[in-house]
Design a protein around this ligand. Structure first.
Ligand SMILES: Cc1ncc(COP(=O)(O)O)c(C=O)c1O
Length: 368
C-alpha cells in the first residue's frame, strides 16, 4: 500500500511479486557457503534466459542501462559516432549512447505501434550513424523485420532494447533476438525481476566474448588479470541469480496472464470513446504494462487516485529532458502527443479479473 497525497492507493500501478519460492531459494543458497558474487547460479540463470529466448548466448550484467552500454561498446560504437534512438522511451536507451561516447540522435515514433518511425530515421541518417537502438516499447514491434532489413542495407548495427519485452514475440520469435544484440532489464516492475539486473542475448559468439570481457574489467578470463580491452565491473551476483532462476519458472504463466489482462481491459473499455488502445496482437505480445491513450488524462489520474487506484504517466519525450533539451534536435509531434495522453493502468500480474473489472468500472464512471 502506498500513500499518494491524502489518498490511500489500494491497487498500485505496479507492485513486486516475489514468493515463497524465491525466499526459500535465497535461504538455501546462503546456507551453502555462498560466494554471492556471480558464479554457477549466474550461469544457470543465463542458460535459462538463453533457452527461453532461443538465443545462442546470454550474458547478464548489473542492469538494463549498462547492458545497452555494453552492447554499444561491444559492437564498436565509439566517440564521434551517432546512434539513432526513439524520442519516446525510458531515458536509459539514449543515455547509453552518451555513456559510449557517441551522440544520440533522436527520431520520432510511429503512432501505430510506438516503435521508431522509419521515415524519420531515414531523415536522421548521416555518414556518422553507426547503430540504431530499437526499443520495443511495452513489448510491441510487429514490423521488426523492416528495421533489421533497413539496418542491414545501411550497414548499421541494430541493438534491440527489449527491456520491456521479455516474453513478446513476432512470428513466434522472441523480440531481442532479431538484431545484432538484444537487451533486457530485470528491475522490479518488469515481468520478472531480480531487483536490478540486465541481460544481453546474441547469436554472435564473438560479440558474446566482447560483452563478457567488457563486464569483467576487460580480462581474458575471470580471476586472470590480463586485460585485453577496456572493461568495467558490471557483474551480476549469484544472490540475484537464485531469485532470477525462480522467477524464470513463473515467466510462462505471467506471459499468458498479461495477455489475458490486456484483453480484459481492452474488452471492458471498448465502448469508452475517450480511451484508445494501441493495436496489440495478444497471441504474441504480453504488454508488460496496460497502456492507454486517453483524453483528460490528469483529471482521470486524480479521479482514480481518489478511488484507490494507482496509475502512471508514459515516459516524457527525451528531447524535453535535461541534458537533451540543451541541444534541440527538431520536432517530434507523435512522441509529444503520445507522451501527453499516455497512461499506464494497474498492471501487476497478480491482479484478479474482479479487480480489473472494478478499475474499468471507475474509468467508465469518470468519462460518463
Ligand atoms: C526501454 C528501457 N530501456 C532501458 C531501461 C533501463 O533498464 P534498468 O532500469 O534495468 O537500468 C528500461 C527500464 O525501465 C527501459 O524500460
Amino acid at each position: 500500500m502506498v500513500l499518494e497525497g491524502e489518498n490511500l492507493v489500494k491497487i498500485e500501478q505496479m507492485a513486486p511479486w516475489f514468493g515463497r519460492e524465491e525466499a526459500d531459494a535465497v535461504a538455501e543458497y546462503m546456507r551453502s557457503g555462498a560466494w554471492i558474487t556471480e558464479y554457477a547460479r549466474t550461469r544457470e540463470f543465463e542458460d535459462a534466459l538463453a533457452n527461453f529466448a532461443k538465443s545462442q548466448r546470454c550474458v547478464v550484467v548489473s542492469n538494463g542501462t549498462v547492458s545497452l552500454f555494453v552492447a554499444l561498446l561491444g559492437l564498436g560504437v565509439k566517440p564521434g559516432d551517432e546512434v539513432i534512438v526513439p524520442d519516446l522511451t525510458q531515458i536509459a536507451s539514449a543515455n547509453s549512447a552518451i555513456l559510449a561516447g557517441a551522440r544520440p540522435v533522436l527520431a520520432d515514433i510511429s503512432p501505430d505501434d510506438l516503435s521508431l518511425d522509419l521515415a524519420d530515421v531515414k531523415r536522421k541518417l548521416t555518414d556518422k550513424t553507426k547503430a540504431i537502438v530499437l526499443v520495443s516499447l511495452n513489448g510491441r514491434c510487429p514490423r521488426i523485420r523492416e528495421y533489421v532489413e533497413f539496418a542491414r542495407s545501411n550497414s548499421l548495427r541494430l541493438v534491440e532494447d527489449a527491456a520491456q519485452s521479455l516474453g513478446s514475440q513476432v512470428d513466434g520469435k522472441q523480440l531481442g533476438t532479431f538484431g545484432d544484440v538484444g537487451s533486457f532489464s530485470f528491475s522490479t516492475p518488469k515481468i520478472i525481476s531480480t531487483g536490478q539486473g540486465g541481460a544481453l542475448v546474441t547469436d554472435d559468439l564473438k560479440l558474446d566474448e566482447n560483452f563478457r570481457r567488457i563486464k569483467d574489467f576487460g580480462r581474458i578470463a575471470s580471476g586472470v588479470d590480463k586485460h585485453v580491452t577496456l572493461g568495467y565491473n558490471f557483474k551480476f551476483t549469484d544472490l540475484q541469480a537464485v531469485v532470477g532462476i525462480e522467477q524464470m519458472k513463473k515467466l510462462p504463466w505471467r506471459v499468458e496472464r498479461k495477455k489475458k489482462m490486456f484483453d480484459l481491459y481492452r474488452e471492458s473499455l471498448s465502448r469508452v470513446e475517450q480511451v484508445k488502445f494501441i493495436d496489440t496482437d495478444t497471441k504474441q505480445t504480453p504488454p508488460w504494462a496496460i497502456d492507454i491513450i486517453c483524453e483528460k488524462r490528469e483529471s482521470l489520474i486524480s479521479f482514480l487516485s481518489r478511488n484507490g487506484i494507482g496509475s502512471r504517466t508514459f515516459h516524457p519525450p527525451i528531447h524535453t529532458q535535461m541534458p537533451y533539451a540543451l541541444e534541440p534536435q527538431g520536432s517530434f509531434p507523435v512522441s509529444e502527443e503520445v507522451s501527453r495522453k499516455g497512461l499506464w493502468l494497474p498492471s501487476s500480474s497478480f491482479l484478479t479479473d474482479e479487480q480489473i473489472l472494478e478499475i474499468c468500472k471507475e474509468v467508465k464512471k469518470f468519462y460518463q
